[in-house]
Design a protein around this ligand. Structure first.
Ligand SMILES: [Zn+2]
Length: 283
């Protein structure tokens, strides 16, 4: 891949992050943050070649995300196999290419690079419903050792890697920290929603960490974050993520619900409480 194309694809991925961050803030109805993100989006769009900017915005409006990786010759936006000659061209990347089925912009992602394995375990009941579709008792951390945002994200990435939900915790951590620098994911009520996108090969996966002392998650704010939902989002899971986020936000806007969650002492208690509290908002 030449340097110019590499930069263009990176710019588009960053623009994608900004769009996703704005969609997330719209869910949370945070006007200040939406304004900041809109200005960042405008700046980024002005830097792009005009035809690419137009194309990106058109796809983003119709079927986000506009840019997705091709993994093992499959479009991770729609799941269709890419014809071999086009797959070669996407790998060579001398120009931008699009998926013939869903029209999204495609870039090459090395599938030999360890990304993640879908080792989601199925509970004794067999079928999982509600939030259990996205998480698991072994992904509950009722007492984070972390005292900073960086440590908290690292700790949760390590849990995902140790439990076999991702193969490379360090790579996940880097992606999540890159996202934090675009826009902080802390919101009101002591909640934060750090996440990493474009981690392919598995489903949407959530891990929950509780900080007893509280962490200053947002460098620009003095309020402390206690409840941290870290989510791994594959390209095809973007829409599910917004629904999950809306459900969690709605549930934990309630002080009594937060109190119950914070009262859980063991991973098993935290798991049961999370499932019970989100039953209505995340069916
Ligand atoms: Zn596609």
């Amino acid at each position: 891949m030449n340097v110019k194309m590499k930069k263009l694809i990176n710019d588009l991925l960053q623009l994608q992050e900004l769009f996703e961050a704005r969609a997330q803030q719209e869910t949370l109805a945070d006007r200040d943050r939406i304004g900041d993100l809109e200005r960042a989006i405008e700046r980024m769009i002005r830097q792009l070649p005009a035809d690419v900017a137009t194309l990106f915005q058109r796809i983003q409006q119709r079927s986000p995300p506009a840019i997705v990786p091709m993994v093992n010759n499959v479009c991770s936006g729609c799941g269709m196999v890419i014809p071999i000659s086009l797959a070669h061209a996407i790998h060579a990347a001398t120009e931008l290419h699009r998926c013939p089925t869903c029209a999204r912009i495609l870039y090459y992602l090395d599938s030999s690079a360890p990304r993640r394995v879908p080792t989601r375990r199925v509970g004794p009941a067999g079928i999982r419903v509600g939030i259990a579709r996205y998480t698991s008792p072994e992904l509950m951390v009722p007492d984070l050792a972390a005292t900073t945002r960086e440590e908290a994200i690292r700790e949760l990435c390590n849990v995902l890697a140790t439990q076999g939900f991702v193969t490379d915790g360090a790579q996940l951590f880097e992606a999540a920290m890159r996202r934090e620098t675009i826009a902080c994911t802390a919101v009101e009520h002591g909640l934060a929603f750090p996440h990493a996108r474009g981690i392919e090969g598995g489903g949407l996966t959530l891990t929950l960490g509780i900080s007893r002392k509280g962490i200053r998650f947002d460098p620009q704010s003095h309020s402390l974050t206690r409840i941290i939902f870290f989510v791994v989002i594959p390209s095809a899971g973007s829409a599910f993520y917004l629904r999950l986020l809306a459900g969690l936000t709605r549930t934990f806007a309630d002080a009594a619900a937060r109190k119950k969650l914070l009262a859980a002492k063991t991973p098993e208690q935290l798991w049961k409480t999370l499932c019970q509290l989100t039953r209505k908002a995340i069916p």
